[in-house]
Design a protein around this ligand. Structure first.
Ligand SMILES: *[C@@H]1O[C@H](CO)[C@@H](O)[C@H](O)[C@H]1NC(C)=O
Ligand SMILES: *[C@@H]1O[C@H](CO)[C@@H](O)[C@H](O)[C@H]1NC(C)=O
Ligand SMILES: *[C@@H]1O[C@H](CO)[C@@H](O)[C@H](O)[C@H]1NC(C)=O
Ligand SMILES: *[C@@H]1O[C@H](CO)[C@@H](O)[C@H](O)[C@H]1NC(C)=O
Ligand SMILES: *[C@@H]1O[C@H](CO)[C@@H](O)[C@H](O)[C@H]1NC(C)=O
Ligand SMILES: *[C@@H]1O[C@H](CO)[C@@H](O)[C@H](O)[C@H]1NC(C)=O
Length: 172
């Protein structure tokens, strides 16, 4: 398709920006354990299952820093509560992580809590795979038509972003 050949450099950036605006009107901060925080005696499997992690969300740990910390590890570290292959190591008592990669993350407590269940693992999903350029075409052609999976929100900002994207793809 001729349009795709033109999708380079600045237009890719514009497309990424428009997608970000459509799908991430507000990023979620997932507070580990909710009001129970990062502590022993919390079922973190249940907590993880109550969340939907999406790319560009945040996760944050709240805890007593003299008692716990947060170590990011890989699967071996998670399964075995070991830190020799730690990816990172935080201990402020209130640590925020930007989930900027679509992958599985693993965090454990490095002060013994891991053995009692202070460990979490979750997968960060890409945004819903809506074909944004098609949605943009439909939005342009039908002025407001919303197809399946279309996340058009009633926000002028988003609509104009989509129209800009459609222009970038098809007007040149
Ligand atoms: C967490 O709760 C689930 C049921 O919701 C249970 O299957 C699981 O064993 C619990 N995990 C721990 C570590 O207690
Ligand atoms: C975790 O990291 C260690 C050290 O880098 C490596 O030996 C091990 O294979 C890794 N485990 C997984 C599951 O990636
Ligand atoms: C747990 O640790 C043992 C020994 O360090 C290692 O052989 C094993 O692969 C680890 N388990 C996982 C699931 O990575
Ligand atoms: C974490 O950092 C502290 C202080 O910087 C260090 O003493 C400790 O060994 C580190 N732990 C891991 C698992 O990297
Ligand atoms: C995500 O953030 C980490 C830490 O800031 C950084 O090392 C990594 O390169 C980033 N990944 C991407 C895909 O931007
Ligand atoms: C675009 O509109 C056509 C016909 O109006 C419809 O069949 C199609 O599903 C729409 N596509 C999207 C992505 O909304």
């Amino acid at each position: 398709m001729e349009g795709n050949k033109r999708l380079s450099g600045p237009w890719l950036l514009l497309a990424a920006l428009a997608m970000a605006m459509v799908h991430h009107v507000s990023a979620t901060d997932h507070i580990v354990g909710a009001n129970r925080g990062w502590n022993p005696g919390v079922n973190y499997t249940d907590w993880v299952n109550s969340q939907t992690f999406v790319l560009l969300d945040w996760i944050s740990f709240r805890y007593q820093r003299d008692q716990h910390n947060v170590i990011q590890v890989n699967q071996s570290g998670y399964d075995n509560c070991t830190m020799d292959n730690a990816i990172g190591n935080w201990s402020s008592g209130k640590d925020f992580f930007f989930l900027n990669e679509s992958k599985r993350y693993y965090y454990i407590d490095g002060k013994g809590g891991c053995y009692g269940g202070m460990k979490i693992t979750f997968f960060v999903n890409k945004p819903a795979p809506a074909p944004d350029h098609l949605v943009a075409v439909n939005a342009t052609a039908k002025s407001g038509g919303s197809g399946p999976g279309c996340e058009l929100r009633p926000v002028g900002f988003t609509v104009s972003a989509l129209l800009m994207l459609a222009g970038a793809l098809f007007s040149f």
